[in-house]
Design a protein around this ligand. Structure first.
Ligand SMILES: *[C@@H]1O[C@H](CO)[C@@H](O)[C@H](O)[C@H]1NC(C)=O
Ligand SMILES: *[C@@H]1O[C@H](CO)[C@@H](O)[C@H](O)[C@H]1NC(C)=O
Ligand SMILES: *[C@@H]1O[C@H](CO)[C@@H](O)[C@H](O)[C@H]1NC(C)=O
Ligand SMILES: *[C@@H]1O[C@H](CO)[C@@H](O)[C@H](O)[C@H]1NC(C)=O
Ligand SMILES: *[C@@H]1O[C@H](CO)[C@@H](O)[C@H](O)[C@H]1NC(C)=O
Ligand SMILES: *[C@@H]1O[C@H](CO)[C@@H](O)[C@H](O)[C@H]1NC(C)=O
Ligand SMILES: *[C@@H]1O[C@H](CO)[C@@H](O)[C@H](O)[C@H]1NC(C)=O
Ligand SMILES: *[C@@H]1O[C@H](CO)[C@@H](O)[C@H](O)[C@H]1NC(C)=O
Ligand SMILES: *[C@@H]1O[C@H](CO)[C@@H](O)[C@H](O)[C@H]1NC(C)=O
Ligand SMILES: *[C@@H]1O[C@H](CO)[C@@H](O)[C@H](O)[C@H]1NC(C)=O
Ligand SMILES: *[C@@H]1O[C@H](CO)[C@@H](O)[C@H](O)[C@H]1NC(C)=O
Ligand SMILES: *[C@@H]1O[C@H](CO)[C@@H](O)[C@H](O)[C@H]1NC(C)=O
Length: 781
């Protein structure tokens, strides 16, 4: 306290000395205001932008201080605007001495503590803005006596307690704007019958804990344009009699309260009727109340200026009146989560400006009207969770603006129209839980624009996974589970590089799980359970730094599972129902040790073959694209047990190391089709003319090879050696440049992406190749 007084004393001296020195002529009034401002400044503990630096006693005149404005003639401070300066501290009551103040704006800072009751002394005040701070406590009722106030904004603070009565009753008859929203205010809206806010145009009380009814006296605020009472606990019948008196109403938000409709919560007609004279009405929100009753046809007589209507989350029943289509300017209609039945009126298509239509979670039946496709601006259509039947209209192809289409949980049948592929702006397509059959059209799978998700799960889709899926390089999630999809999982899915979740469970997919999937850089969830996948679970899964949820259960996977990396948090549940798996996961049979000797026999042989130590060895499948025969061969250096099981599986015959040596001519130079720091790849032909590729690699660069070798599955065999070795070399070059020590010499990600893009282009459009003579053709047996 002592030091405080001392500094104030010194401060006063300083000012006096300054006046003497500068000889400046200053009215006592401005001295008082200067002191007042400086005590305000001393309440500010943090000023990160240095906004108050000019607020010092030397040099700059008070009227030139940041945020301060004076009346030109009388030199009084009339405005203090310090909004959005990230100031921290408390609001000093000394501001009350700025008795000529008209505007006080401290909004969008971090002021805490209480609102000083002394602000009620600022009797000239026209505008008081304290919104978006951390102010707590009650609203001082003194603010209710600011008779000239036009604009009062205390929104988005931590104010609590009841709203003081004077604020609504003794205040200014010229108050036009009152915003107390987003606080924790309690009690009723204290507008007594004898009170009047005749000039009020904006009343914003949303997100508080106000109870009771909308006060009748509000009916005298006939100038109201914006009434927002959303998210409180207000109750009673919808305030028809009040809004009837507000012909200027533009925005009426009553959502998330406990309002009911008229006549014992059965009749909505009186409320909508009371709004038909509000010819400026633009938005009407009644969501999340307790409204029973049918949507009255009179809804169509609301102003044609209406752009949004929210009636979702109520208990509305009956059908959607076709009369609603008179609202030709409507852009958003939300009728979700009601009890509506009947069909979707085709007349909706007359509302040509509709952008978002939510009809989900009702009991709508019948077919989806093809005419909806005439709503050319439609960007979001949510018809999910209804009882819609029939097929998806072919006409949806015309919806070129469509970005989100939700048709899940209906009873839709038929096939997916390939024309949906013309909706080139689609980001989400969710057709799950219907009775849709047929194959997945390549046109739809190739919707590159899908950047959020594709969900076709729980339908009756069959046929292969279309290769076009690999074009979805922005999609975050793909769910094709619980269908009858067959064939193999294309390694090209590795091109969906943004993918975070992939669910292919509950289909009849077969063949190996491509290692490219484990290399997807953002993949978090992978579920391939309940298919007929076989072979080893690729090393890339375990090595993935992102994978968290994995499910391989109920397939035909085999091999050794370690409990490291991404697998370390998995339990046996992720692997159940694969008789060929063994390893360290608790509950899983441990792998027999005997064959390890065999491996350690192989390794020295390899070591003697190459100067650099090779740590891993894989032979990769080459699918033979012969007309009569398709065969996959897998050899894995780390998986030599369970020989019996594997030889029984004709798709994956085992190859001995001796056979490998014979097939590759003892890994002869002429069999070498690619080499580099990553290791080497050999081609070879087994005695039965099965062509194989053998990869010998050091683990860290195995991924590079996996990428290329997996490509081999789609390329004609002859082209493999040429194209792939070219590509491998390119990739290695790229890898070397990318891993240079000096970051400044590394290429930009953009360059890398473009390089990889052109390689991809090259691979998807290979030059015609002559099959090499030295490479015997497979006998078509
Ligand atoms: C007062 O403010 C002026 C202008 O920002 C500045 O140049 C000066 O250094 C300040 N003086 C003190 C003592 O802070
Ligand atoms: C405010 O500053 C301007 C120049 O920046 C000057 O012309 C004016 O006289 C100052 N006003 C007062 C009241 O000092
Ligand atoms: C005060 O002066 C400034 C510039 O000197 C001028 O822009 C402003 O309009 C004046 N205000 C009043 C109320 O006269
Ligand atoms: C206003 O100034 C007077 C002295 O001029 C002082 O006594 C009083 O405490 C000040 N009011 C506030 C609220 O700081
Ligand atoms: C409500 O206020 C809090 C701060 O008190 C803010 O974080 C939040 O964004 C506000 N809510 C809205 C919808 O503006
Ligand atoms: C506040 O307004 C009410 C109703 O108009 C009135 O009865 C009361 O006397 C007023 N109080 C003050 C302090 O002006
Ligand atoms: C509204 O104004 C009318 C006169 O226009 C008056 O008779 C009535 O009492 C007022 N109602 C309220 C609640 O103030
Ligand atoms: C709407 O205005 C017309 C003519 O001004 C009037 O006859 C009618 O009663 C009004 N309707 C309502 C609900 O106030
Ligand atoms: C639709 O809205 C536009 C602008 O908001 C307005 O000019 C037009 O008159 C409205 N149409 C109708 C039929 O009210
Ligand atoms: C529409 O209603 C649903 C259900 O209440 C809600 O989840 C959704 O956010 C609403 N959409 C809009 C834009 O209001
Ligand atoms: C569907 O609507 C019912 C009320 O009709 C509601 O209880 C339920 O939460 C809604 N479901 C969803 C997913 O919105
Ligand atoms: C809609 O539900 C009501 C009962 O709420 C029933 O009387 C009516 O027949 C139903 N309409 C249709 C088309 O299912």
């Amino acid at each position: 306290m002592g030091s405080c007084r001392f500094s104030m004393f010194r401060f006063l001296c300083l000012i006096i000395i300054l006046f003497v020195v500068s000889g400046e002529e200053v009215s006592p009034r401005i001295v008082k205001e200067r002191i007042s401002l400086l005590s305000f400044r001393s309440g500010v503990v943090l000023d990160p932008e240095g906004a108050l630096e000019s607020w010092n006693s030397s040099g700059v005149h008070v009227c030139n201080w940041t945020g301060v404005k004076c009346n030109n003639a009388s030199d009084h401070v009339v405005q203090l605007d310090l909004s959005g300066l990230s100031l921290r501290g408390r609001i000093s009551p000394a501001l009350a001495n700025l008795s000529s103040l008209l505007v006080l704006d401290l909004s969008r800072n971090f002021f805490e503590g209480h609102i000083p009751a002394e602000l009620g002394d600022l009797l000239q005040l026209r505008q008081l803005s304290l919104s978006w701070n951390l102010l707590g406590g009650n609203i001082p009722e003194e603010l209710g006596f600011l008779h000239h106030l036009v604009y009062l904004d205390l929104g988005s603070n931590r104010l609590a307690g009841d709203v003081p009565v004077p604020l609504f009753c003794n205040g200014s008859s010229s108050l036009e704007y009152m915003d107390l929203s987003n606080n924790s205010l309690t009690g009723e809206i204290p507008l007594k019958n004898e009170c009047k806010l005749g000039a009020l145009r904006f009343l914003l009380l949303w997100s508080n804990r106000l109870v009771g009814r909308v006060p009748r006296a509000l009916a005298n605020s006939t100038n109201l344009e914006w009434l927002d009472l959303e998210s409180n606990m207000l109750s009673g019948e919808l305030p028809s009699e009040i809004v009837r008196k507000m012909p200027k109403l533009q925005f009426l938000y009553l959502s998330y309260n406990d309002f009911v409709s008229h006549d014992g919560n059965t009749n909505l007609e009186p409320f909508f009727a009371s709004l038909v004279n509000s010819s400026n009405l633009q938005e009407l929100e009644l969501a999340g109340n307790n409204l029973h009753g049918e949507i009255p046809p009179i809804i169509g007589d609301l102003s044609t200026n209406c752009v949004q209507i929210h009636l979702d989350e109520n208990l509305l029943y009956g059908s959607i009146p076709s009369h609603i289509s008179n609202l030709v300017n409507l852009t958003l209609l939300n009728l979700s989560s009601n009890l509506l039945n009947g069909t979707i009126p085709p007349e909706l298509c007359r509302m040509g400006k509709l952008e978002r239509v939510y009809l989900s979670n009702n009991s709508l039946s019948g077919e989806i009207p093809a005419a909806l496709a005439n709503i050319s601006h439609l960007g979001l259509l949510d018809l999910s969770k209804n009882k819609l039947t029939g097929s998806i209209p072919d006409t949806f192809a015309h919806l070129s603006q469509l970005r989100r289409l939700f048709l899940y949980e209906n009873q839709l049948s038929g096939t997916i129209p390939p024309s949906l592929g013309q909706c080139v702006n689609l980001e989400i397509l969710d057709l799950s839980r219907n009775n849709i059959s047929g194959t997945i059209p390549g046109e739809v799978a190739g919707l590159k624009s899908l950047k959020l998700y594709l969900n076709l799960s729980s339908n009756h889709l069959h046929g292969p996974l279309p290769l076009e899926l690999s074009k979805m390089d922005m999609v975050l999630a793909i769910d094709l589970s619980s269908n009858n999809l067959s064939g193999t999982i294309p390694p090209q899915l590795g091109s969906c590089i943004a993918l975070e979740c992939l669910n292919l469970s509950g289909n009849v997919l077969e063949g190996p799980l491509p290692s490219t999937i484990g290399q997807l850089p953002y993949l978090k969830e992978l579920d391939v359970s309940s298919n007929q996948l076989s072979g080893n679970i690729p090393q890339s899964m375990e090595a993935s730094p992102t994978l968290k949820h994995l499910n391989f259960s109920f397939n035909r996977f085999s091999g050794n599972i370690s409990s490291s990396g991404a697998f370390s948090s998995l339990t046996i549940d992720s692997f159940r129902g694969n008789d060929g798996l063994c390893g360290e996961i608790q509950g899983m049979p441990s792998c027999r040790r005997g064959h390890v000797i065999h491996i350690s026999f192989i390794l020295p042989v390899l070591l003697s073959l190459f100067a650099t130590p090779l740590l891993c060895m894989f032979a990769y499948p080459l699918v033979l694209r012969s007309k009569f025969r398709s065969q996959t061969v897998i050899f894995n250096g780390g998986d030599l047990e369970d020989e019996d099981k594997e030889t029984k599986d004709l798709k994956h015959p085992r190859i001995s190391y001796r056979q490998l040596i014979e097939a590759t001519g003892g890994f002869s130079a002429s069999s070498l089709i690619g080499s580099g720091r990553f290791g080497r790849v050999y081609k070879g032909v087994l005695q039965d003319n099965t062509r194989i590729a053998v990869k010998m690699t050091q683990c860290p660069l195995a991924q590079l090879m996996d990428f290329c070798v997996d490509l081999s599955a789609i390329l004609p065999l002859g082209s493999y050696s040429k194209i792939c070795s070219d590509v491998i070399l390119e990739l290695i070059e790229l890898g070397l440049v990318c891993t240079q020590n000096n970051p400044s010499t590394r290429p930009s990600m953009l360059d890398v992406a473009s390089e990889i893009g052109s390689l991809k282009q090259y691979l998807s459009n290979p030059p015609s190749l002559v099959i090499e003579e030295s490479y015997p053709k497979a006998s078509a047996s």
